[in-house]
Write a protein of this length. Structure first.
Length: 202
């Protein structure tokens, strides 16, 4: 796995071409897993919701690029916040399954109810796993492992995008989970074990 990091700010055109080249590397199997830690601000294509925050824009564009080469992509979000932007972008399609593990209730953005499962062709292709504050590595693994085992078994994605937002780690000023880097690493290790092209985001 390659971890790529650059000082910011970088020109948006460079970031877009670089980000899409990561997807091309997965398509060409140059690398089995790639990681990037970039943030980019740029306009979305008109077909996508304008309300998407910048990080969701990056992810949606990456998934759209992967869909050119892969019939099914699974997006997994272990950020403490619900992955609402990516879920909204693919809510009505069965080509992307979104899986979000997040704090739910009186917490931003206030979405991600377990009953939110997608719509039209995308019905049952949005999976929301609302969690309570204070969850630790062992408890998280007991939830993450069976959910993702079933997703991988049933959906059989040909590419995986894993969002490892650090605000689910213990000590984060905005978060309220008690995960450690080891907890995040176990999620990454599990998804790598499926030997499916994997794009890791932070």
């Amino acid at each position: 796995m390659y971890v790529l990091s650059f000082p910011l700010p970088l020109p948006p055109a460079f970031l877009l071409s670089f980000f899409l080249s990561l997807c091309l590397c997965l398509k060409e199997r140059v690398s089995h897993a790639l990681a990037q830690w970039l943030r980019r601000l740029m306009p979305l294509p008109p077909s996508l919701p304008p309300s998407l925050p910048p990080i969701s824009q990056d992810i949606v564009l990456a998934i759209l690029e992967l869909l050119k080469y892969h019939p099914r992509v699974v997006y997994i979000d272990i950020d403490i916040h619900h992955g609402d932007g990516v879920e909204e972008a693919f809510y009505c399609t069965d080509r992307v399954m979104t899986v979000s593990f997040h704090k739910y209730g009186d917490f931003f953005p206030g979405t991600g109810n377990i009953k939110d499962m997608g719509s039209k062709a995308g019905k049952h292709y949005s999976v929301n796993v609302p969690l309570e504050e204070g969850i630790d590595d062992a408890s998280y693994e007991r939830v993450f492992k069976p959910v993702m085992e079933k997703v991988m078994e049933v959906y059989q994605p040909t590419a995986v995008v894993l969002q490892c937002g650090a605000d689910s780690l213990t000590g984060d000023r905005l978060g309220c989970f008690n995960l450690t880097l080891k907890g995040h690493a176990k999620c990454v290790e599990m998804m790598k074990s499926y030997n499916v092209p994997l794009l890791i985001l932070g």
